[in-house]
Design a binder for this molecule. Structure first.
Ligand code: PL3
Ligand code: FE2
Ligand code: FE2
Length: 232
């Protein structure tokens, strides 16, 4: 584990204020991930137990990160986070209702998980000593979640390709807009939002490659989404 390189003061008002919004996004995101995996467990009965196990991991992440906030005396801003996550959650629910399983797996298993892996990797070097080991453990779990979705989609690539491309066009701009809304707060806690956006798109392109896309097609999907929403 790398030692913290953040020179700021975890207890200062500016840090705590920014952290309440960042922590809110993380706690709400993990809570929704828990719900999404439970819905997936119902939709994919042959993997039910595994998906319930993955959902339970997300519930633990939400509690552990909530603990990181309380350790600093910070309460997560849940209202803002719910508002920012709502379009992605609604999109997931719509796919679930319509029986669009590839859509559900892309939203939770690729978009949200790549976002989580990229964000936690960049948070790690600036995390306080209490949050660091928690973040390391969570990162290992998120890799497992990403692998599950990649494998499911890869095994059915020919049948699901069109649905995957369609949902990427809708879900990626929402993920990027969450990132954009938190840019200033990320800077305050020592993270670089543009580095994070770059890592997210690299990871996401890698995932698309793993499931069967060619490098050009994968790049096009993410570039089109980013162009619809300049990060500035
Ligand atoms: C998947 O398991 C859950 C996805 C949650 C989404 C997290 C997005 C995080 C954005 C800012 C991250 C900074 C990390 C701070 C940790 C308290
Ligand atoms: Fe998680
Ligand atoms: Fe996850």
């Amino acid at each position: 584990m790398s030692p913290s390189t953040f020179e700021g003061d975890y207890g200062c008002p500016a840090y705590r204020d920014a952290y309440s919004r960042i922590n809110g996004i993380v706690v709400v995101g993990e809570g929704l991930a828990d719900r999404h995996f439970r819905l997936l467990a119902r939709a994919i009965p042959e993997d039910r137990e595994e998906l319930i196990r993955l959902g339970a991991m997300e519930g633990r992440h939400a509690r552990d990160f909530m603990g990181c906030g309380s350790n600093l005396g910070v309460r997560p801003d849940m209202a803002l986070a719910k508002r920012l996550f709502a379009p992605l959650h609604q999109l997931f629910l719509a796919c679930d209702r319509e029986g669009d399983l590839p859509g559900c797996l892309v939203i939770q298993g690729l978009v949200v998980e790549c976002f989580a892996v990229a964000a936690y990797r960049h948070y790690l070097p600036v995390a306080d000593p209490y949050a660091q080991p928690i973040t390391v453990g969570v990162l290992q779990d998120e890799a497992e979640h990403l692998n599950y979705a990649e494998l499911w989609l890869k095994q059915r690539f020919a049948e699901v390709e069109a649905a995957v491309s369609a949902v990427c066009r809708r879900a990626l701009p929402v993920a990027l807009s969450i990132l954009r809304a938190l840019s200033a707060d990320m800077r305050t806690i020592g993270m670089d939002p543009l580095d994070l956006a770059a890592s997210f798109s690299e990871l996401f392109q890698q995932s698309l490659g793993t499931i069967g896309y060619g490098p050009r097609q994968a790049q096009r999907l993410i570039v089109v989404a980013a162009a619809s929403l300049p990060l500035g």
